[in-house]
Ligand binder design. Structure first.
Ligand SMILES: O=P(O)(O)OC[C@H]1O[C@H](OP(=O)(O)OP(=O)(O)O)[C@H](O)[C@@H]1O
Ligand SMILES: Nc1ncnc2[nH]cnc12
Length: 181
């Protein structure tokens, strides 16, 4: 499937929910995509191919929707999976980072021993909005000693400026969005 066909298929399975979870936010609901075996497989296959092409040995998923995409992509790529979780969910020593997102704020964590030093990681999430979540995850990945291979998201909401915000943190690593709105 071409990249344009993939983007069209996936976009057709994402539902806009106005005023969720707060007034003024148009929530991008990926439930219809996950529910469609062909679309879900096409998305996971694409992410796995990107992980392989970028030489990632670990795929990092951002809680919670990022887990749904990153874990099967890691499996299909023959890579490990590392969860970045909301605070208080991971046992043992963790790196923590506070951040703001489009409709709130939170703290995310990664276990200190999640990576072998210098290991290459692909960070995966469903939506890039303001970029606060991915920015915080890049900070965690670096503090945990890994090298960034890339960031891959299903959808980028360009009008919220996430790409510009992340640019200083990416170095040579690409930020790839299948769908750019
Ligand atoms: O670019 P940002 O403005 O930071 O927003 C993007 C983040 O917001 C959503 O996560 P949320 O915290 O709602 O968690 P969920 O996956 O558990 O629903 C989404 O899955 C991204 O992780
Ligand atoms: N508009 C949106 N839809 C879905 N997830 C989001 N995360 C941040 N903003 C979002």
């Amino acid at each position: 499937m071409s990249t344009d066909d993939l983007a069209a298929l996936l976009a057709s399975r994402i539902r806009d929910v106005p005023d969720y979870p707060k007034p003024g936010v148009v929530f991008k609901d990926i439930a219809p995509l996950l529910d469609d075996a062909v679309a879900f497989a096409a998305l996971v296959d694409h992410l796995a191919a990107r992980a392989k092409a970028l030489g990632a040995t670990k795929v990092v998923g951002l809680e919670a929707r990022g887990f749904i995409l990153a874990a099967p992509a890691a499996y299909a790529a023959g890579a490990g999976f590392v969860p970045v979780r909301k605070e208080g969910k991971l046992p043992g020593p963790c790196f923590s980072q506070a951040y703001d997102l489009e409709y709130g704020s939170a703290v995310i964590e990664v276990q200190c021993d999640a990576f072998v030093p210098g290991e290459r990681v692909l960070v995966v999430d469903d939506v890039l909005a303001t970029g606060g979540t991915v920015e915080a995850s890049l900070d965690l990945v670096r503090r945990a000693g890994a090298e960034l291979a890339g960031v891959a998201v299903l959808m980028e909401l360009g009008f919220l400026g996430g790409r510009e915000r992340l640019q200083p943190h990416l170095g040579e690593a690409p930020l790839e969005a299948i769908i750019a709105l």
